[in-house]
Write a protein that binds this ligand. Structure first.
Ligand SMILES: [Zn+2]
Ligand SMILES: [Zn+2]
Length: 348
């Protein structure tokens, strides 16, 4: 097999002119005609670690993506999907709806991505295993899901870093029975958020992030190259950085409140209010690889998703507030200064 280098946007085989697709098993471009392998690794792969500063008070305009990718729009969910090379599909990877060629809209350049490491055959096996393990699954589920369509998508995400200097007012319970009352406490806590993973599209559902990607490893990121997309679909980045930060607000609030409660370490803590001074915001626009099985069970559209990174598999089911628990692993530094007792035995 021949080896060589491939141009960033060129997915034609340099030796026979055939069309190449990214091969998850070999981590290279594979020519479908002559079998040549073309490496995508470069000496600059470490640049995928680069994060970009963002100042909300003086936002820098980002240049739009200038790539001439053909963009398809889903008629059902509105997702904007790019197909490079042989990935061209008439269906949306997210919802299985029909796609049409879109007129060019605004998009932003992707900085890095985690290439697919799990191939289609492995994903199909993982889905079968998952379905077979469902204790409560109806008997015909295996057959129905085997007839479904498996689609691939590089889904758009942000990673965000920030430093939060928080001042909080909280209460906790003291005493018991008749003597039960609440005591107040004011304090400060500093939190460094590192590589918080935030969906950059409404099509990235909790099933995808919280089910299979919440502990993704930034060390797997590679600088963007079109070759990694060859044979797969990708959704474009179209949110501004501020829109991404806004989308992260609710999750950040839950994490901050949970961390304050944990540090109080008293019965029945309650965060009455807090304020935070946010500095050091850094971001990346990235793509993460996902396999999605679409199947219909008794007239209802269902999904099973498989991480394209490690094969973790999750099917559609209701999610509960524990969904954010996994994020605690992303918090690298946590310091706390106990403040004054606030309002002695104040009942608030
Ligand atoms: Zn070839
Ligand atoms: Zn769709």
């Amino acid at each position: 097999m021949a080896h060589g280098t491939v141009d960033q946007t060129d997915i034609q085989c340099p030796s026979c002119g055939g069309q190449c697709a990214f091969d998850p098993a070999q981590h290279d471009l594979l020519c479908s005609s002559c079998g040549s392998l073309w490496p995508l690794a470069t000496d600059d792969d470490h640049e995928a670690a680069t994060e970009f500063p963002y100042n909300p008070n003086a936002p820098m305009p980002e240049p739009p993506s200038l790539r001439g990718d053909q963009v398809h729009q889903c008629k059902t969910c509105g997702g904007e999907v790019i197909f490079i090379g042989a990935a061209l599909s008439e269906n949306c990877p997210y919802c299985d709806g029909p796609v049409v060629l879109a007129t060019e809209g605004t998009a932003f350049a992707t900085m890095a991505l985690v290439p697919f490491r799990i191939d289609r055959a492995y994903a199909a096996g993982a889905i079968t295993d998952w379905v077979n393990r469902r204790v409560a699954a109806p008997n015909d589920l295996t057959k129905v899901s085997a007839e479904g369509r498996i689609a691939s998508i590089y889904a758009p995400f942000w990673t965000f870093d920030s430093k939060e200097a928080i001042e909080y007012w909280a209460t906790y319970q003291v005493g018991s029975g008749k003597n039960r009352r609440r005591r107040g406490r004011k304090g400060r806590i500093n939190i460094d958020f590192n590589d918080m993973l935030v969906p950059a599209s409404p099509h990235v559902t909790p099933l995808i992030r919280d089910g299979i990607l919440h502990d993704f490893k930034p060390s797997y990121l590679r600088p963007y190259q079109a070759g990694y997309l060859a044979g797969f679909a990708a959704e474009r980045h179209h949110m501004t950085v501020q829109e991404g930060l806004d989308a992260n607000e609710a999750d950040k609030d839950v994490l901050i409140r949970n961390l304050i409660k944990g540090e109080i370490d008293k019965p029945n803590p309650r965060v009455e209010r807090y304020r935070t001074d946010t500095t050091g915001i850094q971001y990346r626009r990235i793509l993460l690889p996902v396999w999605i099985l679409h199947y219909t069970y008794h007239g209802t559209a269902k999904k099973v998703v498989v991480s394209g990174i490690d094969g973790r598999t999750f099917g559609e089911r209701p999610f509960s507030p524990w969904k954010l628990a996994g994020f605690s692993a992303l918090i690298t530094a946590l310091t706390m200064a106990f403040g004054l007792v606030w309002g002695a035995t104040g009942i608030l």
